[in-house]
Design a protein around this ligand. Structure first.
Ligand SMILES: O=P(O)(O)OC[C@H]1O[C@](O)(COP(=O)(O)O)[C@@H](O)[C@@H]1O
Ligand SMILES: [Mg+2]
Ligand SMILES: [Mg+2]
Length: 364
Protein backbone atom coordinates (compact mmCIF):
# COMPACT_ATOMS: atom_id res chain seq x y z
CA UNK A 1 0.00 0.00 0.00
CA UNK A 2 1.48 3.32 -1.09
CA UNK A 3 1.97 5.84 1.72
CA UNK A 4 2.09 9.26 0.07
CA UNK A 5 2.60 11.23 3.27
CA UNK A 6 6.22 10.17 3.70
CA UNK A 7 9.25 12.16 2.53
CA UNK A 8 11.34 10.70 -0.24
CA UNK A 9 15.12 10.55 0.06
CA UNK A 10 15.34 13.38 -2.51
CA UNK A 11 13.03 15.56 -0.43
CA UNK A 12 15.01 14.77 2.70
CA UNK A 13 18.29 15.74 1.02
CA UNK A 14 16.86 18.97 -0.39
CA UNK A 15 15.58 19.93 3.05
CA UNK A 16 19.02 19.23 4.52
CA UNK A 17 20.62 21.36 1.80
CA UNK A 18 18.37 24.33 2.57
CA UNK A 19 20.39 24.68 5.76
CA UNK A 20 23.41 25.52 3.58
CA UNK A 21 22.21 28.12 1.04
CA UNK A 22 25.65 28.26 -0.57
CA UNK A 23 25.74 24.50 -1.26
CA UNK A 24 25.99 23.59 -4.95
CA UNK A 25 23.87 20.44 -4.83
CA UNK A 26 26.85 18.25 -5.84
CA UNK A 27 26.80 16.41 -2.55
CA UNK A 28 23.09 15.55 -2.81
CA UNK A 29 23.52 14.47 -6.41
CA UNK A 30 26.36 12.19 -5.38
CA UNK A 31 24.29 10.56 -2.63
CA UNK A 32 21.45 10.00 -5.09
CA UNK A 33 23.86 8.41 -7.59
CA UNK A 34 25.15 6.08 -4.87
CA UNK A 35 21.62 5.10 -3.92
CA UNK A 36 20.78 4.42 -7.57
CA UNK A 37 23.67 1.95 -7.59
CA UNK A 38 22.18 0.39 -4.44
CA UNK A 39 18.78 0.04 -6.10
CA UNK A 40 20.39 -1.67 -9.08
CA UNK A 41 22.25 -4.06 -6.74
CA UNK A 42 19.02 -4.74 -4.83
CA UNK A 43 17.34 -5.80 -8.08
CA UNK A 44 20.25 -8.03 -9.04
CA UNK A 45 20.33 -9.65 -5.60
CA UNK A 46 16.55 -10.16 -5.70
CA UNK A 47 16.78 -12.16 -8.92
CA UNK A 48 19.15 -14.64 -7.25
CA UNK A 49 19.81 -17.74 -9.29
CA UNK A 50 17.44 -16.46 -12.00
CA UNK A 51 19.72 -13.50 -12.69
CA UNK A 52 22.75 -15.58 -13.64
CA UNK A 53 25.03 -13.69 -11.24
CA UNK A 54 25.40 -16.30 -8.50
CA UNK A 55 28.55 -18.30 -7.85
CA UNK A 56 32.21 -17.35 -7.96
CA UNK A 57 33.72 -14.89 -10.37
CA UNK A 58 35.86 -16.88 -12.82
CA UNK A 59 37.03 -14.77 -15.76
CA UNK A 60 39.39 -17.47 -16.99
CA UNK A 61 38.98 -20.83 -15.34
CA UNK A 62 40.74 -20.49 -12.04
CA UNK A 63 38.37 -18.01 -10.41
CA UNK A 64 39.47 -14.72 -8.99
CA UNK A 65 40.55 -13.38 -5.61
CA UNK A 66 40.62 -9.76 -4.49
CA UNK A 67 43.59 -7.96 -2.95
CA UNK A 68 42.61 -9.39 0.44
CA UNK A 69 43.02 -12.93 -0.84
CA UNK A 70 39.26 -13.59 -0.72
CA UNK A 71 37.34 -15.37 -3.45
CA UNK A 72 35.32 -12.85 -5.40
CA UNK A 73 31.70 -13.70 -6.10
CA UNK A 74 30.18 -12.68 -9.41
CA UNK A 75 27.88 -10.41 -7.43
CA UNK A 76 30.85 -8.73 -5.68
CA UNK A 77 32.29 -7.80 -9.07
CA UNK A 78 28.96 -6.78 -10.57
CA UNK A 79 28.07 -4.64 -7.56
CA UNK A 80 31.44 -2.93 -7.79
CA UNK A 81 30.81 -2.14 -11.46
CA UNK A 82 27.37 -0.73 -10.66
CA UNK A 83 28.89 1.65 -8.11
CA UNK A 84 31.48 2.81 -10.65
CA UNK A 85 29.04 3.23 -13.53
CA UNK A 86 26.48 5.15 -11.52
CA UNK A 87 28.94 7.63 -9.99
CA UNK A 88 32.02 8.11 -12.22
CA UNK A 89 30.35 10.30 -14.87
CA UNK A 90 28.88 12.99 -12.65
CA UNK A 91 31.78 15.35 -12.02
CA UNK A 92 31.31 15.13 -8.25
CA UNK A 93 34.15 12.71 -7.54
CA UNK A 94 37.93 13.05 -7.55
CA UNK A 95 38.39 9.30 -7.14
CA UNK A 96 37.09 6.14 -5.54
CA UNK A 97 38.31 3.13 -3.59
CA UNK A 98 36.59 -0.19 -3.02
CA UNK A 99 37.10 -3.55 -1.38
CA UNK A 100 37.11 -5.11 -4.83
CA UNK A 101 39.84 -2.89 -6.38
CA UNK A 102 43.48 -3.17 -5.37
CA UNK A 103 44.26 0.47 -6.16
CA UNK A 104 42.32 3.74 -6.14
CA UNK A 105 39.97 4.13 -9.09
CA UNK A 106 40.68 7.08 -11.37
CA UNK A 107 37.78 9.01 -12.87
CA UNK A 108 38.05 8.32 -16.63
CA UNK A 109 39.47 11.24 -18.66
CA UNK A 110 36.23 11.91 -20.54
CA UNK A 111 34.51 12.96 -17.29
CA UNK A 112 35.08 16.02 -15.08
CA UNK A 113 36.58 15.53 -11.63
CA UNK A 114 35.01 16.87 -8.44
CA UNK A 115 35.46 17.53 -4.74
CA UNK A 116 34.66 14.20 -3.12
CA UNK A 117 36.12 10.76 -2.62
CA UNK A 118 33.83 7.74 -2.47
CA UNK A 119 34.89 4.60 -0.61
CA UNK A 120 32.73 1.49 -0.58
CA UNK A 121 32.23 -2.17 0.11
CA UNK A 122 29.92 -2.96 -2.80
CA UNK A 123 28.60 -6.17 -1.28
CA UNK A 124 29.11 -6.88 2.39
CA UNK A 125 28.46 -10.37 3.72
CA UNK A 126 28.75 -11.84 0.23
CA UNK A 127 29.69 -15.25 1.60
CA UNK A 128 25.99 -15.38 2.55
CA UNK A 129 24.67 -14.83 -0.96
CA UNK A 130 24.30 -18.51 -1.77
CA UNK A 131 22.27 -19.13 1.39
CA UNK A 132 19.90 -16.20 0.83
CA UNK A 133 20.80 -14.27 3.96
CA UNK A 134 20.70 -10.44 4.04
CA UNK A 135 23.66 -8.67 2.44
CA UNK A 136 24.31 -4.98 1.84
CA UNK A 137 26.49 -2.21 0.43
CA UNK A 138 28.45 0.18 2.67
CA UNK A 139 29.75 3.60 1.63
CA UNK A 140 31.62 6.59 2.96
CA UNK A 141 32.05 10.06 1.43
CA UNK A 142 35.22 12.06 2.17
CA UNK A 143 36.38 15.44 0.91
CA UNK A 144 39.19 15.13 -1.60
CA UNK A 145 42.35 16.95 -0.45
CA UNK A 146 42.34 20.58 -1.70
CA UNK A 147 45.44 20.07 -3.76
CA UNK A 148 43.85 17.10 -5.58
CA UNK A 149 40.78 19.19 -6.45
CA UNK A 150 42.87 22.17 -7.59
CA UNK A 151 45.31 20.16 -9.69
CA UNK A 152 42.81 17.58 -10.97
CA UNK A 153 45.59 14.98 -10.65
CA UNK A 154 45.01 11.25 -10.28
CA UNK A 155 44.28 10.15 -6.74
CA UNK A 156 46.80 8.10 -4.75
CA UNK A 157 46.23 5.86 -1.74
CA UNK A 158 47.38 8.52 0.73
CA UNK A 159 44.56 10.84 -0.37
CA UNK A 160 42.17 8.44 1.37
CA UNK A 161 44.10 8.29 4.66
CA UNK A 162 41.67 10.49 6.57
CA UNK A 163 40.29 9.58 10.01
CA UNK A 164 36.64 8.57 10.22
CA UNK A 165 35.81 11.81 12.03
CA UNK A 166 36.25 13.67 8.71
CA UNK A 167 33.61 11.68 6.82
CA UNK A 168 31.00 13.90 5.13
CA UNK A 169 28.44 11.13 4.91
CA UNK A 170 28.19 7.42 5.51
CA UNK A 171 25.57 4.78 5.03
CA UNK A 172 24.58 1.36 3.93
CA UNK A 173 21.87 -0.29 1.92
CA UNK A 174 20.61 -3.60 3.24
CA UNK A 175 19.13 -6.13 0.86
CA UNK A 176 16.90 -8.14 3.15
CA UNK A 177 13.21 -8.97 3.11
CA UNK A 178 12.89 -5.24 2.36
CA UNK A 179 15.60 -3.05 0.90
CA UNK A 180 16.52 -0.17 3.18
CA UNK A 181 18.97 2.70 3.07
CA UNK A 182 20.45 3.96 6.32
CA UNK A 183 22.17 7.32 5.95
CA UNK A 184 23.95 9.98 7.95
CA UNK A 185 25.04 13.30 6.52
CA UNK A 186 26.40 14.34 9.91
CA UNK A 187 23.13 15.24 11.62
CA UNK A 188 21.69 12.05 13.05
CA UNK A 189 20.78 8.85 11.26
CA UNK A 190 17.75 8.31 9.08
CA UNK A 191 16.35 5.10 7.63
CA UNK A 192 14.57 4.86 4.28
CA UNK A 193 12.61 1.90 2.92
CA UNK A 194 12.59 1.22 -0.81
CA UNK A 195 9.07 1.44 -2.16
CA UNK A 196 9.13 -1.24 -4.86
CA UNK A 197 6.30 0.43 -6.80
CA UNK A 198 7.86 3.88 -6.99
CA UNK A 199 11.50 2.76 -6.91
CA UNK A 200 12.00 5.50 -4.29
CA UNK A 201 13.55 5.37 -0.86
CA UNK A 202 10.91 6.69 1.58
CA UNK A 203 11.76 8.05 5.02
CA UNK A 204 10.38 5.41 7.39
CA UNK A 205 12.82 5.54 10.33
CA UNK A 206 13.64 9.17 11.19
CA UNK A 207 16.30 9.95 13.78
CA UNK A 208 17.36 6.39 14.63
CA UNK A 209 18.89 5.87 18.06
CA UNK A 210 20.95 3.05 19.53
CA UNK A 211 19.86 2.46 23.14
CA UNK A 212 22.80 2.87 25.54
CA UNK A 213 22.27 -0.51 27.24
CA UNK A 214 21.68 -3.95 25.80
CA UNK A 215 21.44 -7.63 26.62
CA UNK A 216 22.51 -8.84 23.18
CA UNK A 217 26.01 -9.39 21.81
CA UNK A 218 27.39 -10.62 18.47
CA UNK A 219 30.77 -12.25 17.98
CA UNK A 220 32.11 -15.17 15.95
CA UNK A 221 32.72 -17.57 18.85
CA UNK A 222 34.67 -19.99 16.66
CA UNK A 223 37.57 -17.53 17.03
CA UNK A 224 37.47 -17.60 20.83
CA UNK A 225 40.84 -19.31 21.20
CA UNK A 226 42.41 -16.36 19.35
CA UNK A 227 40.73 -13.61 21.39
CA UNK A 228 42.68 -11.31 23.64
CA UNK A 229 42.02 -11.45 27.39
CA UNK A 230 39.73 -8.38 27.63
CA UNK A 231 37.40 -9.82 24.98
CA UNK A 232 37.35 -13.23 26.66
CA UNK A 233 36.53 -11.56 29.94
CA UNK A 234 33.67 -9.58 28.41
CA UNK A 235 32.12 -12.58 26.65
CA UNK A 236 32.53 -14.82 29.69
CA UNK A 237 30.73 -12.27 31.82
CA UNK A 238 27.88 -12.09 29.29
CA UNK A 239 27.64 -15.87 29.21
CA UNK A 240 27.59 -16.09 33.00
CA UNK A 241 24.32 -14.17 32.80
CA UNK A 242 22.24 -13.66 35.94
CA UNK A 243 24.64 -15.71 38.03
CA UNK A 244 27.69 -13.61 37.11
CA UNK A 245 28.93 -10.09 37.70
CA UNK A 246 26.58 -8.64 35.08
CA UNK A 247 23.53 -9.91 36.96
CA UNK A 248 21.47 -10.32 33.79
CA UNK A 249 21.14 -12.85 31.00
CA UNK A 250 22.44 -12.05 27.53
CA UNK A 251 21.29 -13.23 24.13
CA UNK A 252 23.76 -13.91 21.29
CA UNK A 253 23.51 -13.42 17.51
CA UNK A 254 25.91 -14.02 14.60
CA UNK A 255 24.70 -13.45 11.05
CA UNK A 256 28.19 -13.21 9.46
CA UNK A 257 26.98 -10.18 7.52
CA UNK A 258 28.12 -7.02 9.27
CA UNK A 259 25.55 -4.85 7.54
CA UNK A 260 22.77 -7.02 8.96
CA UNK A 261 24.33 -6.92 12.45
CA UNK A 262 24.70 -3.13 12.27
CA UNK A 263 21.09 -2.87 11.19
CA UNK A 264 19.83 -5.00 14.07
CA UNK A 265 21.83 -2.87 16.49
CA UNK A 266 20.47 0.38 15.03
CA UNK A 267 16.95 -1.00 15.37
CA UNK A 268 17.11 -2.45 18.88
CA UNK A 269 20.59 -2.06 20.36
CA UNK A 270 23.30 -4.62 20.96
CA UNK A 271 27.05 -4.88 20.70
CA UNK A 272 29.06 -6.26 17.77
CA UNK A 273 32.66 -7.40 18.08
CA UNK A 274 35.14 -8.47 15.47
CA UNK A 275 38.08 -7.69 17.71
CA UNK A 276 41.77 -7.77 17.07
CA UNK A 277 42.90 -11.34 17.66
CA UNK A 278 45.89 -13.61 17.20
CA UNK A 279 44.48 -15.74 14.38
CA UNK A 280 46.74 -14.29 11.71
CA UNK A 281 49.59 -12.05 12.88
CA UNK A 282 49.49 -10.25 9.54
CA UNK A 283 45.85 -9.22 10.04
CA UNK A 284 45.06 -7.11 13.10
CA UNK A 285 41.34 -7.81 12.81
CA UNK A 286 39.03 -9.06 10.06
CA UNK A 287 37.11 -5.98 8.95
CA UNK A 288 38.39 -3.12 6.87
CA UNK A 289 38.84 0.37 8.28
CA UNK A 290 37.98 2.61 5.35
CA UNK A 291 34.86 0.99 3.96
CA UNK A 292 33.50 -1.09 6.83
CA UNK A 293 34.58 0.20 10.25
CA UNK A 294 34.51 3.94 9.50
CA UNK A 295 31.10 4.26 7.83
CA UNK A 296 29.43 1.94 10.34
CA UNK A 297 31.30 3.76 13.12
CA UNK A 298 29.97 7.13 11.97
CA UNK A 299 26.41 5.78 11.82
CA UNK A 300 26.71 4.37 15.34
CA UNK A 301 28.08 7.59 16.79
CA UNK A 302 25.47 9.69 15.00
CA UNK A 303 22.79 7.42 16.48
CA UNK A 304 24.15 7.86 20.02
CA UNK A 305 26.07 4.56 20.03
CA UNK A 306 29.81 4.08 19.99
CA UNK A 307 32.49 2.53 17.74
CA UNK A 308 35.96 1.60 18.86
CA UNK A 309 38.99 -0.52 18.13
CA UNK A 310 38.70 -1.63 21.77
CA UNK A 311 41.61 0.66 22.50
CA UNK A 312 40.64 3.95 20.91
CA UNK A 313 37.62 5.56 19.23
CA UNK A 314 37.33 4.28 15.69
CA UNK A 315 36.73 7.81 14.39
CA UNK A 316 40.22 8.87 15.57
CA UNK A 317 42.22 6.20 13.73
CA UNK A 318 44.40 7.61 10.96
CA UNK A 319 44.48 5.01 8.16
CA UNK A 320 47.83 3.85 6.85
CA UNK A 321 46.72 1.68 3.95
CA UNK A 322 43.72 1.43 1.65
CA UNK A 323 42.65 -2.06 2.69
CA UNK A 324 43.79 -1.82 6.30
CA UNK A 325 42.10 -4.24 8.69
CA UNK A 326 41.22 -3.32 12.22
CA UNK A 327 39.60 -4.66 15.37
CA UNK A 328 36.03 -3.37 15.52
CA UNK A 329 33.59 -3.06 18.40
CA UNK A 330 30.38 -1.07 18.01
CA UNK A 331 26.88 -0.62 19.32
CA UNK A 332 25.27 0.33 22.60
CA UNK A 333 27.45 2.95 24.24
CA UNK A 334 27.70 1.55 27.75
CA UNK A 335 28.75 -1.90 26.51
CA UNK A 336 31.38 -0.53 24.12
CA UNK A 337 32.75 1.64 26.91
CA UNK A 338 32.89 -1.40 29.19
CA UNK A 339 34.89 -3.32 26.57
CA UNK A 340 37.25 -0.35 26.21
CA UNK A 341 37.64 -0.28 29.99
CA UNK A 342 38.54 -3.98 30.02
CA UNK A 343 41.27 -3.23 27.48
CA UNK A 344 42.67 -0.61 29.86
CA UNK A 345 42.57 -2.99 32.86
CA UNK A 346 44.90 -5.80 31.82
CA UNK A 347 45.52 -6.94 35.39
CA UNK A 348 41.87 -7.83 35.94
CA UNK A 349 41.63 -9.59 32.62
CA UNK A 350 44.46 -12.06 33.16
CA UNK A 351 43.72 -15.74 32.88
CA UNK A 352 43.80 -17.31 36.32
CA UNK A 353 41.54 -14.66 37.85
CA UNK A 354 38.90 -16.69 39.72
CA UNK A 355 35.99 -15.21 37.78
CA UNK A 356 37.62 -15.67 34.43
CA UNK A 357 38.94 -19.18 34.97
CA UNK A 358 35.92 -20.72 36.65
CA UNK A 359 33.26 -19.43 34.29
CA UNK A 360 35.03 -19.49 30.96
CA UNK A 361 33.02 -21.45 28.46
CA UNK A 362 35.45 -20.54 25.71
CA UNK A 363 38.74 -21.57 27.28
CA UNK A 364 41.62 -22.67 25.04
O1 LIG B 1 33.32 -15.43 8.28
P1 LIG B 1 33.15 -14.67 9.54
O2 LIG B 1 34.30 -14.74 10.48
O3 LIG B 1 31.85 -14.98 10.23
O4 LIG B 1 33.14 -13.12 9.09
C1 LIG B 1 32.02 -12.46 8.75
C2 LIG B 1 32.35 -11.03 8.44
O5 LIG B 1 32.93 -10.97 7.17
C3 LIG B 1 32.23 -10.06 6.34
O6 LIG B 1 31.35 -10.80 5.53
C4 LIG B 1 33.24 -9.32 5.53
O7 LIG B 1 32.71 -8.55 4.52
P2 LIG B 1 32.79 -8.97 2.94
O8 LIG B 1 31.71 -9.97 2.65
O9 LIG B 1 32.52 -7.62 2.30
O10 LIG B 1 34.19 -9.47 2.67
C5 LIG B 1 31.40 -9.20 7.30
O11 LIG B 1 30.21 -8.75 6.76
C6 LIG B 1 31.14 -10.17 8.44
O12 LIG B 1 30.96 -9.56 9.66
MG1 LIG C 1 32.36 -6.36 3.91
MG1 LIG D 1 32.33 -7.02 0.30
Amino acid sequence: MLQTNRSTLTQFLIEERRRFPQASGDFNALILDVTLACKAIARTVAYGELGGAMGNYAPEVGGSVNVQGETQKKLDVLSNELFLQRTEWSGHLAGMASEEMDLPYQIPVQYPRGHYLLVFDPLDGSSNIDVNVSVGSIFSVLRAPKEVVESGRDVVEADFFQPGATQMAAGYAIYGPTTMLILTVGRGVNGFTLDPNLGEFMLTHPDMKVPPDTQEFAINASNSRFWEAPVKRYVDECLAGKTGVRGKDFNMRWIASMVAEAHRILMRGGVFMYPRDTKDPLKPGRLRLLYEANPVGMLMEQAGGRASTGREPMMDVVPTSLHQRIGLVFGSKNEVERIERYHREPAQAKEGEPLFASRSLFRD
